[in-house]
Design a protein around this ligand. Structure first.
Ligand code: FES
Length: 81
């Protein structure tokens, strides 16, 4: 099964970190050769702006995302360290 990553591209999340987080995720996918295993999508505001930046991975919501936390979560998700 592919891992579905949804990045909130609403203006609040985007301005507060998801612009950078999106780049980090793209780079991570490339570096680790994961493009076959990932579906990457952008989404409109999830109405959880105050907890943003928001990223969903397989329908689980991750709040307050930054570069370090994303990499940690992706490492776990894909069994990479
Ligand atoms: S902009 Fe991301 S939850 Fe609103």
């Amino acid at each position: 099964m592919k891992t579905e990553l949804i990045i909130c591209m609403g203006s609040s999340c985007f301005a507060r970190g998801n612009k950078k987080n999106h780049e980090v995720i793209l780079e991570y996918i490339q570096t680790n050769n994961l493009s076959e295993r990932v579906i990457l999508k952008g989404n409109h505001c999830f109405d959880q702006c105050s907890k943003g930046p928001i990223i969903k991975i397989n329908n689980k919501v991750y709040e307050d995302m930054n570069e370090e936390r994303i990499i940690e979560i992706l490492d776990k998700e894909f069994g990479i360290n």
